[in-house]
Design a protein around this ligand. Structure first.
Ligand SMILES: [Zn+2]
Length: 347
């Protein structure tokens, strides 16, 4: 029977941001909720540190060096939002390393390269998060682009030809967007509240050059809830996944679109996150590819921990979870029409 594997590391608690919404209590709350449920039967593994080579696939060496040096000097503020402490570099190495090890597990063991899928679902639950980290600039609580590093590892170490990243964090994943902007071997789809930090990710940003059409931005207004989010997954992201036929599905999973989250204005519920996860699990099953989840944001501890549990229950379900029926929301319909320029079968 396929197993599900969860990657974690205590170094996530040593990234000290002080009085900051992105703090160690997030991981404590998630791990407490999961451990109270016996980790949902998932196998729990300690994440290794990522190597410089693995991180270097998406960040220049000087970016890695700068963060390491700043942490060695005792830490400080990279920008108004992004703070590092002496333990942050180690935490960031393991956050990236958990995402890499997750990919190894999903492809049947480290560097096996034989495409054998022993693990159908895996998750990497760490901090700092990653999707705002630009190639050469930490920002938005993020130091290294963990999910981007995972995608690059799948391609370069396991021969994946195409990877689809779906980012449901309420903020636009500008870092992941930038890293793969001119590439067609990673399809990056992001649903995010707009306007909101960081201000990127308009629907008109579709990638560039060889990557044109392989960046899919799905901005939604504040106040959007389960109906809008689920409709974009069912009627845009899933059809795109069928057309793109990736070898791996990655979820860049933030939980700050939750109705209870203090940092944004969307209205997604625990059930909404479970529904999105069930739809993505069903998509992975349909395509017969593995599914990995990398934690991003989420700042209301109760909503965060409940929604992580609900999400992992859905993606780890042995028989495949119940898939909700989802009607076509007008915003998702407009996205279909817009994207038909690149994906004609979407219309
Ligand atoms: Zn966020």
């Amino acid at each position: 029977m396929p197993v599900s594997v969860l990657f974690r590391h205590p170094s996530s608690l040593e990234h000290d941001t002080g009085a900051h919404p992105e703090n160690a209590r997030r991981i404590v709350a998630i791990e407490r909720a999961l451990s109270e449920r016996d980790w949902l039967g998932w196998e729990v593994r300690l994440s290794p540190a990522a190597s410089r080579e693995q991180i270097g696939r998406v960040h220049p060496a000087k970016h890695i060096d700068r963060i390491e040096a700043m942490c060695r000097r005792g830490g400080g503020m990279i920008d108004m939002d992004t703070i590092v402490s002496p333990g942050s570099f180690e935490a960031a190495l393991h956050a990236a390393g958990g995402a890499v090890a997750m990919v190894d597990a999903l492809f049947g063991g480290s560097d096996s390269g034989d495409g054998r899928v022993a693990v159908r679902a895996a998750a990497s639950l760490h901090r700092p998060p990653g999707h705002h980290a630009e190639p050469a600039q930490a920002m938005g609580f993020c130091l290294f682009g963990n999910v981007a590093i995972a995608a690059a590892h799948a391609i370069e170490a396991h021969g994946a030809r195409r990877v689809l990243i779906f980012d449901w964090d309420v903020h636009h994943g500008n870092g992941t967007n930038a890293i793969f902007h001119e590439r067609d071997d990673v399809l990056f789809c992001s649903i995010h509240q707009s306007p909101l930090y960081p201000g990127t990710g308009p629907a008109s940003d579709v990638g560039r050059g060889a990557g044109e059409g392989f960046t899919v931005n799905l901005p939604v207004p504040g106040g959007s809830g389960d109906a809008a989010f689920l409709s974009h997954v069912e009627h845009v992201v899933r059809p795109l996944a069928r057309l793109y036929a990736p070898d791996l599905l990655l979820l860049s999973a933030g939980y700050d679109a939750h109705a209870e989250d203090p940092l944004a204005g969307c209205r997604v519920t625990d059930a909404g996150f479970a529904g999105m996860a069930a739809l993505m699990r069903a998509t992975a099953d349909e395509l017969d590819v593995p599914l990995g989840l990398v934690l991003e944001g989420g700042y209301e501890l109760g909503a965060l921990s409940r929604s992580v549990v609900a999400t992992l229950e859905a993606i780890g379900a042995a028989e495949g979870p119940a898939v909700p029926a989802v009607s076509l929301d007008p915003l998702a319909e407009r996205a279909q029409e817009r994207l038909a320029a690149y994906w004609p079968a979407l219309a």
